[in-house]
Design a protein around this ligand. Structure first.
Ligand code: HEM
Length: 388
């Protein structure tokens, strides 16, 4: 058994996070397990290794937190992300009642209508900021309405969702600010009742069930946060990243315009190519070997989804965005027990936006943009485009 290679790269440093893919390649090539000195963490970056670690939830536990700082690891105790059986199964079934494909499929027509309504005037204008005028607007409006939030509450949860991911990084000013925002959202949740939600909404029905004594009251807040916390920023940036990738490659956009049946595959490829969640944490409970390299018990582990999705050992020409690729097996939604419960809902939303856009534009030109540096979610703060 050999020791892991060592690296001084800091995956959370702004310059690395802005352009992480060359660093990911270096780490993949350095070995199956690489010790990141600056983070005191072992990184898994190859597709097969990441998948096998995610499959083995007992060895690579989330119960010690999925963040890279103790305060957030404490904060996520009791939520589905860090739960283990049997509690995990109970929370997951409760969430999946609302989120499995058969439950969300009925939303398809409404999503498409809303996407058309949102995209048409933007394309008519010929230029817009993808993030603030489309990618953020769409899930904010739809998920906000589904849950039954007022516009003010939706805004609070959208900001809270961004903070959840920022707070997963190492302890620094950004993480501390994010923890403050999360505290504020949790205090709001603690005071919520059925009256805070629109009549007939999902949120109201959850809280009414608690008022009737069918669900313990403290579970309702937890379920709401489990649903809304991971839902917004991920979907927002999946949409932004996909528009960016298409704008950079006019041939791929032309393919979609010619063959709209390629749209679902393009959504998968967008998620593979630029997965919103790039890095996620686990804790390794016992010695494990990858090849002949040891990952020692008691270590923090960085599961680098962004690197696994670009692994040339698994995908041919991985740095190429190719809407005809079958990328359905990408790790953008995770894998195994904690795999994303919101995947169907997210896919439907991204697909609705992409169909609306591809049906209306011949070309998308990139204007000014600014990267979102969130510690976890890769995307943009602003992304200006001109459409023809
Ligand atoms: C493109 C959008 C999305 C991406 C890329 C994404 C990604 C992920 C990933 C990578 C995980 C696995 C975490 C782990 O292994 O510890 C996860 C878990 C989760 N996601 Fe998503 N997600 C997205 C959208 C959503 C939406 C819309 C919802 C809810 C409506 C949601 C709810 C959840 C929940 C509750 C979990 C925890 C599942 C568990 O621990 O069993 N996600 N997501």
């Amino acid at each position: 058994m050999t020791e892991a290679a060592r690296s001084t790269v800091d995956l959370f440093a702004p310059d690395v996070a802005a352009e992480p893919y060359p660093h990911y390649r270096e780490l993949r090539d350095a070995g199956p397990v690489v010790y990141l000195e600056k983070l005191d963490t072992y990184a898994l970056t190859r597709y097969e290794d990441v998948r096998s670690a995610l499959r083995d939830w007992e060895t690579f536990t989330s119960s010690e937190g999925t963040a890279f700082n103790p305060a957030m690891n404490q904060n996520v105790r009791g939520v589905i992300l860090t739960a283990e059986p049997p509690e995990h199964g109970a929370l997951r079934s409760a969430l999946l009642e609302r989120l499995r494909l058969t439950s969300v499929r009925e939303l398809t027509a409404w999503f498409h209508e809303q996407a058309d309504e949102m995209v048409a005037p933007l394309v008519e204008r010929g230029g817009f900021d993808v993030v603030s005028e489309l990618a953020r607007q769409f899930p904010t409006k739809l998920l906000g309405e589904l849950i039954g939030f007022s516009p003010e509450l939706t805004e609070k949860f959208v900001i809270g969702s961004n903070a959840v991911f920022a707070a997963m990084g190492p302890m620094n000013d950004k993480t501390e600010r994010a923890l403050g925002i999360i505290g504020d959202v949790l205090a709001t949740i603690a005071g919520m009742t059925a009256a805070d939600f629109a009549p007939g909404s999902m949120g109201e029905s959850l809280y009414l069930a608690a008022e009737r004594g069918e669900i313990p009251h403290e579970h309702v807040g937890k379920l709401l946060w489990n649903y809304a916390g991971p839902a917004f920023d991920t979907t927002i940036q999946a949409i932004s990243n996909l528009v960016w990738a298409l704008a950079r490659d006019p041939e791929q956009l032309a393919l979609l315009r010619k063959e709209p049946d390629l749209v679902p595959g393009a959504v998968e490829e967008g998620l593979r190519y630029e997965p919103p969640i790039q890095i996620w944490g686990r804790f390794c409970r016992k010695d494990v070997s990858f090849g002949d390299v040891l990952l020692p018990a008691g270590s923090r582990v960085a599961i680098v989804l962004g690197a696994a999705n670009r692994d040339e050992r698994h995908y041919r020409d991985p740095d190429r965005f190719d809407v005809q690729r079958n990328a359905r097996d990408s790790l953008a939604f995770g894998y195994g027990m904690h795999r994303c419960t919101g995947a169907s809902l997210a896919r439907l939303q991204i697909e609705a936006v992409l169909r609306a856009l591809a049906g209306r534009v011949r070309g998308i030109e990139l204007g000014e943009s600014k990267r979102q540096l969130n510690h976890t979610v890769r995307g943009f703060e602003t992304l200006w485009v001109r459409t023809t």
